[in-house]
Write a protein that binds this ligand. Structure first.
Ligand code: SAH
Ligand code: SF4
Ligand code: F3S
Length: 461
């Protein structure tokens, strides 16, 4: 859609390329937040690479530094201000361009703070103006004026931006932007706008090209992927149809998706998962709280019982499925009984993986104004109790893998041991294996020989 806009941006990319001609300039990008931001950063890296910048991990070497920000919790925000402090010296001693983008830039109070206290920032762009980075950078380089380019209204869905991916075996593919759910604790709908779906033909074209390039694994991304709506292209009207179509693309062997919402988990989606053997057997089913009371005030649109029934239904139709989840502790008004309901669901479901968060007040969300905010001490106590339960379950659960044969995609060398390779099971468990480097990017059968809490050890069979 709107290809003329992208053509315009590609012209700016070429103009910058001429400006930089042969100057050996470097860029560095620092990404905070979720996989959607990671995918956005791959697009920014794609644009910067086409402009003629080469990538460096070292901020000191960079001529262009980009911060792609997140504001989901307070600590995500603090990270940016820490980083901005670090680059101040670089700015004072050299001719470096500093750009900030992402979710935090959609918040007025943050932009005001940057304008006032971090005046050395050159470019600010938001989530709806990501594609205009070439134009903003060109204007800065040619006019030297600071640029603030943030739109409040929902952006369009743009296709055809260059992309430079982090991995050569697994790829992130955004299928929809924004969120309509307005969970009362969450900032995302305010900073990412309303749901906008990519067209099925654009998604399938992208994944088909990825398969031709040798990619084996794709992760379909969106804040609420199972509310995806297609235009009917090749019969694709909803998320279940899309899964079936992606499953048919030869060369792709593993399909993940994050995040689905329990309220949109239709029987058809469950059946599609059952039919599509490439779809990962770990399903992310965000619980947030096990208390019906809290869930209601969170605006999650399901009860404790409905969540458990859904998990049981999925498990009975697709028995090899396991679940991961997100849980928030210390939501305003959460009582000891409410928290025990959360522990109860964790015990009943036996999650494979639990991402645990302490509730963090977000400016402008309904929960910010709720009474009975929970004291920090109680939040931390509850967090630790939940963590203990999750870790004891995890250890028990890991034992089930020992002796099993797992078909896994070898992703890379292990970060902690150069002699080992690493990959993940279809249930997202990290496995490390002693094996020759030429297996990277291949699917192999591995026998699990031992468990070590956060990873499993395997041998090629
Ligand atoms: N759309 C996804 C979640 C995106 S945010 C979904 O609905 O699952 C990822 C997770 O961050 C959420 O699932 C939630 O558990 C957590 N989160 C969001 N807002 C938060 C807040 N204000 N405080 C603490 N955790 C929060
Ligand atoms: Fe936030 Fe809820 Fe939307 Fe997820 S579904 S992004 S938690 S508002
Ligand atoms: Fe953060 Fe934005 Fe993702 S707020 S979690 S980077 S959508």
């Amino acid at each position: 859609m709107k290809n003329t806009e992208i053509e315009k941006q590609i012209d700016y990319i070429n103009k910058i390329h001429n400006l930089l001609n042969g100057k050996n300039k470097k860029f560095s990008i620092y990404t905070m937040g979720c996989t959607l931001n990671e995918n956005d950063s791959e697009k920014i890296s794609g644009m910067a690479t086409k402009m003629g910048y080469s990538k460096t991990e070292n901020l000191i070497d960079a001529d262009l530094i980009i911060f792609n920000t997140c504001c989901i919790r307070e600590n995500a925000e603090e990270k940016l201000f820490g980083k901005l402090g670090e680059v101040k010296k670089l700015k004072e001693s050299g001719d470096v361009v500093i750009a900030i983008c992402g979710c935090m830039m959609q918040q007025n109070h943050i932009i005001e703070k940057i304008k006032k206290s971090y005046r050395y920032v050159d470019i600010i762009f938001g989530t709806h103006t990501l594609h205009k980075f070439p134009e903003d950078l060109y204007n800065l380089l040619s006019q030297k004026d600071k640029i603030i380019d943030v739109l409040d209204i929902d952006g369009e869905v743009y296709e055809g931006l260059p992309i430079k991916r982090e991995s050569s075996s697994k790829a992130l593919v955004t299928i929809m932007y924004g969120c309509n759910n307005f969970c009362t604790y969450c900032i995302v709908p305010y900073v990412r706008g309303r749901e906008r779906n990519r067209k099925p033909e654009d998604i399938l074209d992208e994944i088909t090209s990825l398969a031709k390039e040798g990619y084996k694994e794709v992760t379909l991304l969106g804040q609420n992927v199972n509310s995806y709506k297609g235009n009917g292209y090749e019969g694709i009207y909803n998320f279940a149809d899309l899964l079936r179509a992606v499953n048919k693309i030869s060369g792709i062997e593993v399909i993940n998706f994050i995040s689905p919402h329990p309220k949109d988990f239709t029987d058809d989606v469950i059946l599609a998962i059952k039919e599509c053997k490439k779809v990962s057997r770990i399903l992310h089913l965000p619980l947030q709280s096990g208390s019906t009371n809290v869930l209601k005030r969170m605006n999650r649109k399901y009860t404790k019982e409905q969540y458990i029934n859904l998990a049981n239904k999925i498990k009975s139709l697709v028995p090899d499925v396991v679940f991961s989840t997100d849980i928030i502790v210390g939501f305003p008004g959460e009582t000891e009984e409410d928290f025990e309901d959360t522990l109860d669901v964790v015990k009943q479901i036996g999650f494979e993986q639990v991402f645990m968060f302490i509730y963090s007040k977000r400016v402008g969300t309904p929960a910010e104004k709720m009474e009975d905010q929970i004291p920090d001490k109680t939040k931390h106590e509850r967090f630790n109790r939940l963590k203990q339960l999750v870790e004891s379950q995890m250890q028990e659960n890991n034992k089930k893998y020992i002796g099993t044969i797992q078909n896994i995609l070898i992703e890379s060398k292990s970060k902690t041991n150069d002699n080992m390779l690493t990959g993940r099971t279809k249930t997202n468990k990290v496995v490390i294996i002693e094996a020759p480097d030429d297996l990277i990017g291949k699917m192999v059968n591995v026998k699990i020989v031992s468990e070590h809490m956060w990873y499993l050890k395997g041998e090629i069979v």
